[in-house]
Write a protein that binds this ligand. Sequence first.
Ligand code: SF4
Length: 334
Amino acid sequence: MLGAVSIGDTEVNDRTRKTVSSVQMVFQNPFDTLNPSHSIGSQIMRTLEKFGIGDTEDDRRNRMLELLDLVKLPRAFAERMPRQLSGGQKQRIGVARAFAGQPQVVVADEPVSALDVSVQAAVTELLMDIQREAKTTMLFISHDLSVVRYIADRVVVMYLGHIVEQGTTDQIFSPPYHPYTEALLSAIPIADTSVEKQHIVLDGDIPSALNPPSGCPFQTRCPRKAEVGGDLCETEMPPARKLGDGHEVKCHLSQAVFDSMTPVIVLGNKDADTSAKPAAALTSSAAPAKAKAAAPKKKPAAKKPSAAKSAPKKDASPPRMSKPSNPDDLKKIS
Ligand code: SF4
């Protein structure tokens, strides 16, 4: 819903200019989202014109220059062509266009995954600065949990189009977890040798979303399926279990199993920072590859990849993964 308008129920052709400008998107690949034949300035001004911003050409030119300021690019870039910009600079233009119509909601679809690691933190920080300043709701879609942990207030974990877990960032990054969330957390590459991490490798490939498995959508790859017993996971879609304070998990595991889960990632002595962040969603396709790539630092107190009847025992209050307060901290865990 956008005010009184249900966007999903409104045909594309029936959407007003105000509705379209209120919901904008930052795309994953900045290299294909700019028209190679037009200058940066003219492309931003075209967006402003389409959204009815500015009464005259001069108004729109001034607003376009302000948008370049907003995304921290020199005003001289208005005359450049897209081929003269780096990937990070192109993505900044994508951000400028998304915020040109003063949107209420911005959907950022993997906005930094196509960028060099060295500019990911800068673009992420830019998005957050603008989001805070403009008080825009942002839906941030990513497979990179280190970015999600930094940026999000609430996290929705999705697998094959199903929401399998949702809650605040602290709830998602601390046990109890949905088994898929556990695997995603295990897949975060961490260079810091003081960090201990469980090593969970998922078997098999992701099933087709057009022909999903029966019962639980994760049942063909779930390492904890044997802990449920019977054929419940194969035959029945699990209900959304409320674990309190808005934390929901879609899984048949018993409360005793949830209670016995231990943190996947245990940091050294790092302080938590829970400053306000926008919402985020995690999608399903990257976990296996990342999980396989992530080698354990030490012999883990790890969960077995499949059919482990007994869950690992809880440590005595180990320090858990906390939110980084600085975007540079992203580099330490990516
Ligand atoms: S319902 Fe069963 S298969 Fe699905 S995530 Fe839970 S334990 Fe795994």
